[in-house]
Design a protein around this ligand. Structure first.
Ligand code: ADP
Ligand code: ASP
Ligand code: MG
Length: 247
């Protein structure tokens, strides 16, 4: 199977957490799967970079802001590849430009428009696990773009769609999708399964567990997404085309 698996910022906040995420990806590799890992920046790195930018300029240029913010994912991708290497997994980290993630030119809120998949396929064919920076794209003019806050989910779904992956796993800090934010509402109910349309309504309503654009892409390309906890085992939530089994 070809698996795309994405780890969010809190799942990678410390070196230990990067190692734990690498360990899980390594399990998938050892089970015989080809794996593409998508990483967010560690913890609140993106917020810190944003704060630095606004300390040097009241109105930073959107181009330079994208150059600055994408650094967080780039550091984390290299760390993930190193952590995989330490576990004996041959891994290579790729920026969006190297991975061929093409977007329009809208700095700060770019849309994926395609993927030049040859580099990723080449690395996979060499038996390597590929680690891709989330949140980044490259425009047709060769400029680095970002996909909007929370956009690493969109990177993962775009890769799963364009590579025709068998699975798209989103590892985060909650154990699935709930009817309301489970951190604010302790009585929130978890979905075992939810349709793309209902998920889209939740995401557009502010449920940041999945970036709304990632759900739009998943619906368009019929990509099933499994939302899982990085921290505890469990079935998580399957987001699919299918009508949900439960309310
Ligand atoms: P990551 O860093 O893994 O991308 P996010 O912080 O972007 O994680 O998204 C996960 C968070 O989404 C959870 O910690 C939770 O508080 C919040 N959230 C909001 N609404 C929901 C919902 N309906 N179901 C699950 N989580 C939700
Ligand atoms: N690091 C980016 C952000 O904080 C992208 C992401 O986490 O999905 O918005
Ligand atoms: Mg997120």
């Amino acid at each position: 199977m070809l698996i795309v698996e994405k780890y969010g910022g809190s799942s990678l906040a410390t070196a230990q957490r990067v190692a734990a995420a690498a360990d899980r990806a390594a399990d998938h590799v050892r089970a015989g799967h080809r794996v593409v890992v998508v990483v967010s920046a560690q913890g609140d790195t993106t917020d810190q970079l944003l704060s630095l930018a606004t300390q040097v300029s009241d109105r930073p240029s959107p181009r330079e802001l994208d150059m600055c913010l994408t650094a967080g994912e780039q550091i984390c991708a290299a760390l993930m590849a190193m952590a995989l290497g330490a576990l004996g997994v041959d891994a290579v980290s790729l920026t969006a430009a190297q991975a061929g993630i093409r977007t329009d030119g809208t700095h700060g809120d770019a849309r994926p428009i395609g993927l030049a998949t040859d580099r990723i396929w080449r690395e996979l064919a060499r038996g390597r696990t590929v680690v891709v920076t989330g949140f980044q794209g490259v425009s047709q003019a060769g400029e680095i773009t970002t996909l909007g806050r929370g956009g690493s989910d969109t990177t993962a779904v775009a890769l799963a769609a364009y590579l025709g992956a068998d699975k798209c796993l989103i590892y985060t800090d909650v154990d699935g999708v709930y009817d309301r934010d489970p951190r604010k509402f302790p009585d929130a109910q978890r979905f075992d399964r939810i349709g793309h349309d209902q998920m889209l309504a939740l995401a557009r309503g502010g449920a940041q567990v999945l970036h709304d654009r990632s759900v739009e892409l998943a619906k368009q390309y019929h990509v099933p997404i499994q939302v899982l906890s990085s921290f505890r085992p469990g079935p998580g939530t399957l987001v699919t085309d299918e009508p949900p089994d439960q309310p």
